[in-house]
Design a binder for this molecule. Structure first.
Ligand SMILES: *[C@@H]1O[C@H](CO)[C@@H](O)[C@H](O)[C@H]1NC(C)=O
Ligand SMILES: *[C@@H]1O[C@H](CO)[C@@H](O)[C@H](O)[C@H]1NC(C)=O
Ligand SMILES: *[C@@H]1O[C@H](CO)[C@@H](O)[C@H](O)[C@H]1NC(C)=O
Ligand SMILES: *[C@@H]1O[C@H](CO)[C@@H](O)[C@H](O)[C@H]1NC(C)=O
Ligand SMILES: *[C@@H]1O[C@H](CO)[C@@H](O)[C@H](O)[C@H]1NC(C)=O
Length: 409
């Protein structure tokens, strides 16, 4: 009996040892369906690589990611700050689905327990990963010590907190919110005397401010009136302010925007005349606040001259609205019609019912038959062209490691 007992003990010890010293000397953490909840909830930042063993790019990334994980662990040894984890998508299909993984390896980020739709799209080198973690873990909020500092901020979207003190629970909620949305707004804070005259006595205040010349913000000024300790409420308000329904597309964010896979409704504008942009945004916000099947974008006609050219348009034709479905581009016949209630909505509905595409083919068919047009055909069916924005979707060759010259980004 005694002998058996000690064998049991030894076996248990051996198992514990193996857990303490795993056979593979990896620094990243294996993340599974079972442990992912705990891991993302208990860390400020989690960077996950979703890989499969049979993928060449995954194999190339592996040693780089492991080295980065080791460096990160050395720099930030405290519990609860950061984890670099890896998910084997062949065995963790549910997790891969949950994170919408469509290519390997994909790098995803969670902050303070919040899973982000966007991926890590930076360089895939040890240095870049470490820099990313350092930046993420730095304070997302800039403190100001004199109100005059606020004037200097280029306010594309600025959230300012006037708090009584740093250990205020409400300030901790603000910090968590700022950590999640740091890429979408700038966050500032002033404590005590500095902001004393700017908020009601005995009460913290949070405001959102944007430069009135900024084209993509819903409102230029507003005050938060919700519960300051409720992360959900704070996140919701800040998201609405910092991530407007209508976004500006640029070459920098094009991959991210296009990879969301939603058709794009684009308003091409001339930089010298921003009124149509404001009109477009007003219409979108009043008619499409709940529309989530489409991405609403504004595009500088000079930067995106190529798709315009492809549609047979030039600067002289601006402003111009078009849908890009990633198969075709459909031109909205007349910009001024956005002010007629329901007209733009019908244009979008027609895309979903297939009518836009149908009109296109019917148009072609009639062209071939030359004859017999019937009244059923739209008087002016939208002009259809091949998609140009699909060219901005993630490239098949974007998994190049380290050597950026071969990256097609
Ligand atoms: C704040 O800055 C302004 C302008 O730079 C200066 O005149 C003022 O004295 C400063 N106030 C304090 C409290 O430092
Ligand atoms: C504010 O939110 C916190 C956290 O969700 C909650 O505990 C508290 O009761 C709320 N306060 C009010 C006044 O609703
Ligand atoms: C098409 O219409 C023309 C007259 O507009 C007629 O001469 C021709 O026969 C018609 N063709 C067919 C195929 O119906
Ligand atoms: C058009 O087609 C219809 C039947 O589809 C036919 O009755 C009509 O005569 C045609 N009109 C012309 C102008 O060809
Ligand atoms: C990157 O790749 C290009 C083309 O393959 C090569 O010419 C260049 O020298 C490489 N640069 C570095 C830093 O390795």
């Amino acid at each position: 009996m005694k002998v058996i007992g000690s064998w049991n003990f030894l076996i248990r010890l051996a198992i514990i040892c193996c857990q303490l010293f795993p056979v593979t000397e990896s620094s990243s953490v294996v993340v599974t369906q079972e442990n992912y909840g705990d891991i993302i909830k208990s860390n400020d930042l989690v960077l996950l690589t979703f890989y499969v063993d049979w993928c060449r790019f995954s194999k190339l990334l592996e040693p780089i990611f492991e080295e980065a994980a080791a460096k990160v662990r050395e720099k930030f040894p405290e519990d609860g700050r950061v984890i670099l984890g890896r998910v084997n998508c062949d065995t963790e299909m549910e997790l891969a689905n949950m994170f919408n993984i469509i290519k390997y390896p994909t790098l995803k980020v969670t902050r303070g327990g919040v899973i982000h739709r966007e991926e890590y799209r930076g360089q895939r080198s040890v240095e870049a990963f470490v820099e990313f973690v350092e930046r993420e873990l730095s304070d997302p909020i800039k403190e100001f010590h004199n109100i005059s500092e606020l004037q200097d901020e280029v306010a594309d979207g600025l959230v300012i907190g006037y708090f009584m003190s740093k250990d205020d629970e409400e300030y901790l909620s603000y910090r968590r919110t700022a950590r999640v949305l740091r890429d979408h707004c700038r966050f500032m804070v002033g404590f005590g005397e500095v902001s004393k005259d700017l908020h009601p006595p005995g009460k913290n205040l949070l405001i959102f401010r944007a430069d009135s010349s900024s084209i993509n913000h819903k409102e230029y000024y507003s005050e938060y009136s919700g519960n300051m300790t409720s992360i959900q409420e704070l996140l919701y308000w800040t998201t609405v302010k910092c991530m407007p329904l209508v976004r500006e597309i640029t070459f920098e964010n094009a991959e991210e925007v296009t990879e969301e896979g939603l058709p794009l409704l684009l308003a091409f504008y001339d930089k010298n005349n921003m009124d149509p942009v404001r009109e477009f945004k007003t219409v979108i916000q009043s008619e499409f606040a709940d529309e989530n099947r489409i991405n609403f974008l504004t595009a500088d006609g000079a930067r995106f001259a190529h798709p315009l050219f492809h549609m047979g348009k030039t600067k002289a034709d601006l402003p111009l609205i078009a849908i890009d479905s990633f198969q075709h581009m459909y031109v909205f016949p007349k910009f001024a019609d956005i002010h007629k209630p329901g007209v733009l909505k019908k244009f979008i509905e027609d895309l979903y019912s297939g009518q836009l595409h149908l009109d296109y083919h019917m148009d072609v068919d009639f062209d071939e038959e030359k004859n017999n047009t019937t009244e059923e055909v739209d008087v002016s069916p939208p002009v259809v062209h091949e998609s140009k924005f699909k060219d901005l979707m993630p490239s098949k060759h974007r998994y190049t490691l380290i050597n950026r010259t071969r990256d097609e980004l």
